[in-house]
Design a protein. Structure first.
Length: 80
């Protein structure tokens, strides 16, 4: 799997205002900005992202995924 493929999978399952994916083919990092995260704790946000991956996360296509999940307001504040 490539970072573009992983990015497309996440974007297909979750409306994102901003999405960055990087990694080496097994270990990934994602920055996900979505209004769907409003009012949710970090664990619920991560579960939403993992849900977009479906069986890929269980069959080891995606071995590890580090997620930074922000609401649009949080992302704007983080950008300064």
């Amino acid at each position: 799997m490539t970072s573009d493929e992983l990015q497309s999978i996440i974007a297909a399952g979750l409306s994102c205002e901003h999405l960055e994916v990087s990694g080496d083919g097994r270990h990934w990092a994602a920055v996900v900005v979505s209004a769907a995260f409003e009012g949710k704790r970090a664990i619920a946000r991560h579960q939403q992202v993992y849900a977009t991956l479906g069986p890929r996360i269980h069959n080891d296509e995606v071995h590890a995924l580090s997620i930074k999940a922000y609401t649009p307001a949080e992302w704007a504040a983080a950008q300064g």
